[in-house]
Design a protein around this ligand. Sequence first.
Ligand code: SF4
Length: 68
Amino acid sequence: MDKKSNCMWYEVCSIKEFIEEGRIDEKWEKEYCWGDSSKCVRKKMEEQGKYVPDNMMPDGTRDKSLEQ
Ligand code: SF4
């Protein structure tokens, strides 16, 4: 699979890190980072200069298992 991201935030995004650590499903990357990043809530918030919690998924939901 082509792992080239469509998103400029990819290299610094916590989603990438969590996937590399095996803590969240790769589906997020496939659907958003390598797919349609324009619908990513994290990306939209970054672009608006808003604080983006690490454990917020691209659809805006929070993954409580990542809180520690
Ligand atoms: S999760 Fe969203 S902000 Fe992060 S790299 Fe993927 S598309 Fe970009």
